[in-house]
Design a protein around this ligand. Structure first.
Ligand code: NAI
Ligand code: MG
Length: 496
């Protein structure tokens, strides 16, 4: 067991981080990996090891699937009064609220995001999501169908079975809530693999679920790496459905590997989302939206507004504002309450982002601010803005997943829509204008799963989220978010 010595800033916030769960959670038991192997999780602000974690692989996934299968096929969870399922989910939320400060500190320690973000954005949204789906538990029902002839036909919505859930490191607690919420409400059981970079809060949440009284075997967590533990989940014949959030490359591997078992798949993947500012917008609000849209969570957002399209008439004035906001953004110790931007999650992400910054410079874009590492310890990168970016540059086409904004110029609206849509991604987009008709017109023409008008990154558990094109398929959140965890059964009864 490792414990963490809080920095001065953290002590001011009176948070303490104690790491209690580092093993696999299978059938209600905390167990080491069967191989005995472990891996280290790192504090990205200090590059120091926080704790060693059980490194699950196929044998552990086998055990977890056995437990989840038993809990689904014979256990109380899918059979209990749906209201009771909802009540246990609310109870989990109560326990999360009881230790919200400690969970926030644990999230920040493992991921590097500012403590204020963990405490005020991630965990409240995770709680809202779990409570939203707790409310759905007793509201899932079928329809009666007026079929021809003397028959009575109705549908039932039944849980899909054991759900394999593989999540990334950018929003560890939030991703747990997006995955567990609809699965639990539907009556599914779960085998989850958290990202190898950020296993700590997922394991803690599994302990809280156990304390809440969610039956053993309903939630199983196998920490480990993608090609071993992740692939074992994808290939396992005892898993009915796989939900994945992460990179398109990994999604392609998963899709191929899931083909044998014809597994149901939902994917929430990356983006290169256009954030479009017209000359008639509230420019102060739009600049704030452009800033937050790219830099929130160190730029590690699937829906980051990474292509900022600015109308020619206001380009210079507007871009100057955005550049200045990036220039003064406070980067540093994520436990310091004044910090707005922490480190990137790990060395690999740091290297990938720095590579794109070099590419942007080499391709001839203007690096208006940032462009370098921040400090010499931890994976910190200066908030970076490239101006005079053209559509063909790598920094305008590929997902950077870091605090790097590409600013593009536009004149004609039809041309703008064509350029905004000229990407293999389609996760999110935003439009800034005071012209209501134009806002709706552009919103309808953009090929993206979410379009924000005069705002950015506004999430609500009731509003579906997901991608067009290569940004994924299926939707999370909202009523639509239940669909992937439900089968529809038609029962037809002869009335003669
Ligand atoms: P990744 O897609 O490889 O990892 C995400 C999750 O998938 C992790 O839990 C990982 O262990 C697991 N995984 C990896 N290979 C697997 C396999 N063969 N079978 C099953 N599971 C597997 O993403 P990574 O390497 O962390 O980041 C690479 C890039 O992906 C980022 O730079 C970013 O562009 C994008 N990304 C997008 C995210 C999103 O929210 N849409 C989240 C994280 C990364
Ligand atoms: Mg870590």
């Amino acid at each position: 067991m490792a414990s963490f010595t809080p920095s001065d800033a953290e002590q001011e916030l009176e948070t303490e981080v104690c790491i209690r769960q580092t093993q696999c959670f299978i059938g209600g038991e905390w167990v080491p990996a069967q191989s005995g192997k472990t891996f280290e999780t790192i504090d990205p602000a200090t590059e120091e090891v926080i704790a060693t974690i059980a490194e699950g692989d196929q044998a552990d996934v086998d055990a977890a699937v056995r437990a989840a299968r038993e809990a689904f096929d014979n256990g109380p969870w899918p059979r209990m009064d749906a209201r009771e399922r909802g009540r246990l989910m609310h109870r989990l939320c109560d326990l999360i609220e009881d230790e919200i400060d400690e969970l926030a500190a644990l999230e920040t320690l493992d991921n590097g995001k500012p403590l204020a973000d963990s405490r005020k954005i991630d965990i409240p949204l995770a709680l809202a999501t779990l409570r939203y789906y707790a409310g759905w538990a007793d509201k899932i029902h079928g329809q009666t169908i007026p079929v021809a002839g003397n028959y009575f036909s109705y549908t039932r919505r039944e849980p899909v079975g054991v759900a394999g859930q593989i999540i990334p490191w950018n929003f560890p607690i939030l991703m747990v809530s997006w995955k567990w919420g609809p699965a639990l409400a539907a009556g599914c059981t779960i085998v989850m693999k958290p990202a190898e970079q950020t296993p700590l809060t997922c394991l803690r949440l599994a302990r809280l679920a156990q304390k809440a009284g969610i039956p053993d075997g309903v939630i199983n967590v196998v920490p480990g790496f993608g090609p071993t533990a992740g692939a074992a989940i994808v290939k396992h014949p005892g898993i009915d459905k796989v939900a994945f959030t992460g990179s398109g490359e990994t999604a392609q591997v998963i899709m191929r590997q899931a083909a044998d078992g014809l597994k149901r798949l939902t994917f929430e993947l990356g983006g290169k989302s256009p954030n479009i500012v017209f000359a008639d917008a509230d420019l102060a609000a739009a600049a704030q939206g452009a800033h937050v849209g790219i830099h929130l969570n160190q730029g590690q957002c699937c829906c980051a507004g990474s292509r900022l399209f600015v109308e020619d008439a206001i380009y210079d004035e507007f871009v100057a504002k955005v550049v200045e906001m990036s220039r003064v953004r406070r980067v540093g110790d994520p436990f310091d309450p004044a910090t707005e931007q922490g480190p990137q999650v790990d060395q690999a992400q740091f290297d990938k982002i720095m590579g794109y910054i070099e590419k942007g410079k080499a391709e001839g874009a203007t690096c208006a601010t940032g462009g370098s590492r921040h400090g010499d310890l931890g994976y910190f990168i200066e908030p970076t803005v490239f101006t005079e970016v053209t559509d063909d540059m790598a920094i305008a086409r590929e997902e950077i997943f870091g605090p790097v904004l590409s600013v593009l110029r536009f004149k004609d609206t039809d041309e703008l829509v064509r350029r905004a849509n000229a990407t293999s991604f389609g996760l999110a987009a935003a439009v800034w204008t005071r012209d209501v008709a134009k806002a709706h017109d552009i919103a309808h023409r953009l090929r993206a799963g979410t379009v924000w008008v005069n705002c950015y990154d506004v999430f609500d558990p009731a509003a579906p989220f997901g991608g067009f094109k290569q940004s994924g398929f299926g939707r999370e959140l909202g009523e639509r978010g239940l669909d992937p965890y439900l089968e529809t059964k038609t029962v037809t009864v002869s009335m003669s």
